[in-house]
Design a protein around this ligand. Structure first.
Ligand SMILES: [Zn+2]
Length: 270
């Protein structure tokens, strides 16, 4: 799998913020050492962003007209580049190694370290019948709100509950939620993923978009799931075995081990 990456995504930083440049750098270093091929993204255009977000939201991000410690004002070039990385990953069936993440951003909202919904923008741009599999430990409330009621998109999420953003406690139409208690054993996580995948297969998508978070890791500081380094390889193998054309976009993951976790995950794709 090709890795879509621009070192520019390391340029912005809020000291002490868990969504740090080091996260992506650690993954880059691990994948570079393994000889993966890297391709550079182009920034998304305003037109791309407006496939998902309102013009008002675009202007807010452009002007930095918002205040939040959690999702601090940053130059719009970074959210544009991150959305562009997801689009490029969709084009080359690759992995978007990028920040800021996207799955908490809704049509008119930014929150949870997310400004534009990278995965949603790439899915809309493809125009394909798509299943989105969101494996970040937090529910992708933004992605769900964007696609709720859409006939051509199935949203499927496994996430810890209770946990921020406190949504996704049950399924709603085309949005299938699999909440998991803190400390859920990895075996149960994998069994739940199998069930979720059965729903994806019966939807018969032409494309699979994976919103991949590594904050389900047993040592992640922001959550309490139990996925192991080896478990990520298993998850990668299961996704690969679906045989659906796919792309992957990085969401969260905050432990120091994130490089080897991502490497283990991608090794599952053979
Ligand atoms: Zn997360």
């Amino acid at each position: 799998m090709k890795i879509v990456y621009s070192p520019e995504c390391l340029e912005y930083n809020s000291p002490g913020h868990p969504e740090s440049p080091e996260r992506v750098k650690r993954i880059y270093d691990a994948l570079k050492a393994e000889g993966y091929e890297f391709v550079k993204p182009e920034p998304a255009t305003e037109k791309d962003i407006l496939l998902v977000h309102s013009e008002e939201h675009y202007r807010r991000v452009e002007k930095g007209d918002y205040e939040s410690i959690e999702t601090p004002p940053i130059d719009i070039k970074y959210p544009l580049l991150s959305a562009g990385a997801a689009i490029k990953a969709m084009d080359v069936a690759g992995f978007a190694l990028t920040r800021p993440p996207g799955h908490h951003a809704g049509r008119d909202t930014l929150e949870g370290f997310c400004y534009f919904n990278n995965t949603a923008i790439a899915v809309r741009k493809s125009g394909k019948r798509t299943a989105i599999l969101d494996l970040d430990t937090h529910h992708g409330n933004g992605t769900q709100s964007i696609f709720l009621g859409s006939r051509d998109v199935l949203y499927v999420s496994l996430h810890q509950a209770p946990l921020y953003p406190m949504t996704g406690l049950k399924s709603d139409g085309n949005c299938l939620n699999f909440p998991l208690f803190p400390e859920t054993p990895e075996k149960v996580y994998i069994e739940t993923l199998k069930k979720a995948m059965e729903r994806i297969v019966s939807f018969r998508p032409d494309m699979l978009a994976v919103s991949m978070g590594f904050d389900t890791y047993e040592k992640d500081p922001l959550a309490g799931q139990k996925v192991t380094e080896k478990g990520y390889r298993k998850i990668g193998e299961m996704i690969s075995a679906l045989g659906i054309p796919l792309f992957v976009v990085l969401e969260g993951g905050y432990s120091e081990d994130i490089g080897k976790l991502c490497s283990s995950f991608l090794s599952g794709f053979g």
